[in-house]
Write a protein that binds this ligand. Structure first.
Ligand code: FAD
Length: 487
């Protein structure tokens, strides 16, 4: 064994960290092992039970294919294994470690409850064969649990969390880690091995998985998004040019003013450190102050951090429980018909319909509209927010349990730091304020294209567009009464 390295053969277990640049687990593996291979394990049955849909899974596989090439250039083989469930992973990992003669395993930590249980089971299983595993902090800037109140508890409210978070960052600039070195060529990595008698560890990434339909690629894009680390880096460079205008323009869905990095952050084609480093460098190291656009964007990155930290501090969130238990007494509606109208963008409320069609057609929705449609479903229709949360998970390219659950519970007034129950978004005033000339509505609701700016937000009855499925004023009043009665 070369004395430079602590281990001869290391394995990096890739999950939602699909990049070479600034990948903590990969970096540590390359520093401490003479030879490194990578593995990705797909568990379609578990993913389905977590409501991960075709868009997010197709995007993940496409990013993985690009990553395989970049890894191969550094002589790091990428193995792919398809199991059904997380529960099968520990035993499979033991066999893999034995057959590939692995001395150490490296992975970046994941935070939803089932992922944490899986990872701790893998640790236990590998302990029995003396293979150490290192789980690294990579998905967040600070490890969940690190940002505490004076009395040592987790924060439940964003603003104090943000202050302590910034304090705790202590001026670090989150400079990305160096790239992993190129390994010496090693013919000892087999091209495939058998695992558990029925599954093969191979070096080809499938186009689709059982129970999933591959979203077709058009001109190298999925739903208009180019997968992979290079596309993510390009997007970050482009956004860097516009970031100063972020605060002023981020709420207007017809303007391309937000970073649109969420699908890449979600599958890890770009790291949160790369994003924070870019913004902090431009803002002379300041989280708050300096450029309004930059500090506003940095604050959004802290929202992402906040929701992930909450997930670890409050395990009930991973079990689809409301953060405020009393809100489970809300007499939620389970009206399939109305829900379908909402999903399909046929509620008769143009801004809601345009937003839902944006989601269905592009796998992404503007943040302002996520709040509007979530409020409409959970307050005006009083439909259980978990139905909406689930639909988003199934259709978003950036489907992230922590951010999605946090966003839904915020809008439904069931979460920590949620919108007060009496603040119900009025979709018509939101529409007039943030899509004043109806440009966004016209893009996604072609049947309203000919209407003028004054009519498009609340169109007159017509044959080709449905009337609203609810009276926005009355339903708002009803929702407020229902929530007030919980007190
Ligand atoms: C009901 C609801 C559901 C949501 N579901 C998701 C989800 O599944 N996945 C997801 O990544 N975001 C989710 N968000 C948060 C937010 O809408 C998206 O992160 C944002 O629209 C992504 O676009 P962007 O990359 O252009 O964001 P930017 O405005 O450029 O922000 C930069 C990054 O900061 C993070 N971020 C921004 N706003 C938030 C926020 N409110 N909460 C947490 N992180 C944030 C994201 O990683 C985002 O990519 C949800 C919000 C709501 C209200």
């Amino acid at each position: 064994m070369s004395s430079r390295f602590a281990f001869q053969r290391g394995l990096v277990w890739l999950r939602n960290d699909l990049r070479i640049q600034d990948n903590t687990a990969l970096y540590h593996a390359a520093r401490s092992c003479a030879q490194v291979a990578a593995i990705f394990i797909a568990c379609p049955q578990t993913w389905r039970s977590h409501d991960e849909g075709d868009p997010v899974v197709s995007f993940r596989l496409a990013c993985l294919r690009e990553l395989q090439q970049s890894l191969a250039e550094r002589h790091i083989p990428l193995y792919f294994l398809e199991l059904q469930k997380f529960a099968q992973v520990p035993r499979a990992m033991v066999q893999i470690a034995q057959k590939l003669k692995i001395d150490a395993l490296f992975a970046n930590a994941e935070y939803p409850l089932n992922e944490r249980r899986r990872d701790s089971d893998v640790r236990e299983a590998l302990k029995k064969i003396d293979v150490p595993i290192e789980y690294c902090t990579d998905r967040t800037l600070l490890p969940p649990g690190a940002v505490k109140t004076g009395s040592g508890d987790a924060y439940k409210v964003f603003t104090p969390f943000k202050h302590t978070f910034i304090e705790q960052c202590g001026g670090t600039d989150f400079a990305p880690l160096p790239q992993p070195r190129t390994m010496e060529e090693d013919d000892n990595w087999p091209s495939w091995i058998e695992v558990r008698g029925e599954h093969n560890l191979v070096q080809t990434i499938p186009a689709q998985l059982p129970g999933y339909h591959a979203v077709p690629e058009k001109k190298g894009e999925l739903l208009g998004w180019k997968p992979g680390e290079k596309a993510a880096a390009k997007r970050l460079r482009e956004f860097r040019e516009d970031i100063d205008g972020y605060e002023d323009e981020r709420d207007y869905p017809a303007i391309d003013a937000t970073s649109r990095l969420s699908p890449y952050l979600n599958c890890g084609a770009i790291s949160i450190r790369q994003c924070a480093h870019m913004a902090l460098t431009l803002n002379n190291g300041q989280w708050a102050g300096g450029s309004d656009g930059i500090s506003c964007w940095l604050s959004e990155l802290i929202w992402r951090e906040f929701y992930t930290h909450l997930l670890v501090a409050f395990p009930q969130l991973s079990k689809h429980k409301p953060f405020k238990p009393e809100t489970d007494k809300v007499p939620w509606s389970y009206d399939q018909d109305k829900f379908r109208h909402w999903c399909d963008g046929k509620t008769g409320v143009p801004i809601v319909d345009a937003a839902m069609r944006q989601l269905n057609q592009t796998g992404w929705m503007h943040n302002r509209l996520r709040m509007v449609v979530a409020s409409f479903l959970s307050k005006n229709l009083l439909i259980d927010w978990r139905w909406g949360e689930r639909y988003f998970m199934q259709h978003l390219l950036d489907a992230d349990f922590a951010a999605n659950n946090g966003g839904w519970q915020w809008a439904a007034s069931t979460g920590t730091d949620a919108a007060p129950y009496f603040r119900v978004f009025n979709p018509y005033s939101q529409s007039k304020k943030f899509d004043r000339h109806g440009e966004f509505i016209r893009d996604f609701v072609p049947e309203l294209r000919e209407l003028g700016d004054d009519e498009i937000h609340c169109p007159p009855p017509s044959q080709n567009y449905p009337p609203p499925i609810c009276d926005v004023g009355q339903s708002r009043k009803h929702a407020i009464e229902v929530f007030a009665a919980l007190k």
